[in-house]
Ligand binder design. Structure first.
Ligand code: MD6
Ligand code: FE
Length: 213
């Protein structure tokens, strides 16, 4: 049987019940997304947040949207103001919102309208240890994650940290959406390998869309 890729359609993979990998879903908009990231970080620069335990995160972060995800010695939370500038986060570009809504619908989560886009920047060696996304007010909405630039290995596990994980290579333009029975599953990103991408150099960017409030 011919694969969907063979037919020129984006392929759809299932990482777990409720967790869908949409290969190349954001490829057409990738240039526009990177321009959007450049605009966001001009106003709200990337910074390395500190965990509640006092460790500097290897992934640099910024946000756009009504609220942004932040971490400091006080804990993880969503905040309407950028703690560095004390200004509101930049508005979410309409192309970002539209892409998140379309990807969620394709993955089986219609009507998703995010109020937060966390923008992650990975340099070689940067990683995200296994965690659950649990700082949102409710968990009925999915999480939508868009990968740009250098590929990374994504780990997707179960509801317990010790559950077995599956691994997926997330490449430029790939989107993962998880919700429903997978909404609280543990996930993480292995240390970024040294590589070059024509549009981002040795960096990986990730957009993570959520409904936080
Ligand atoms: C990624 N990021 O960068 C996935 N979750 O591909 C996340 O899962 C994530 O960056 C919670 C808080 C920050 C994150
Ligand atoms: Fe996460």
């Amino acid at each position: 049987m011919p694969s969907q890729a063979h037919l020129g359609l984006p392929t759809l993979g299932v990482l777990a019940e409720g967790a869908v990998l949409l290969r190349g879903f954001a490829l057409e908009q990738s240039e526009e997304l990177l321009l959007g990231i450049a605009a966001v970080c001009e106003y709200a620069p990337f910074r390395h947040l500190v965990t509640p335990g006092g460790l500097r995160m290897s992934v640099a972060m910024t946000n756009c949207g009504a609220v942004g995800w932040v971490s400091d010695r006080e804990g993880y939370r969503y905040a309407a103001l950028d703690p560095d500038s004390r200004l509101p986060w930049p508005a979410m570009p309409p192309t970002f919102t539209a892409l998140a809504t379309q990807a969620a619908a394709r993955a089986g989560f219609p009507g998703f309208v995010p109020d937060c886009c966390l923008v992650n920047r990975y340099e070689p060696g940067a990683r995200l240890t296994l965690h659950q996304d649990r700082n949102e007010r409710g968990y009925t909405a999915p999480v939508v994650s868009v990968s740009l630039g250098v590929p990374a290995v994504f780990q997707f596990g179960g509801l317990r940290r010790t559950d077995p994980t599956t691994r997926a290579d997330l490449e430029h333009g790939d989107v993962v959406a998880w919700g429903g029975p997978a909404r609280m599953n543990f996930h993480g990103v292995l240390p970024l390998r040294e590589a070059e991408h024509p549009e981002t150099g040795n960096l990986r960017y990730n957009l993570t869309f959520r409904l936080a409030r």
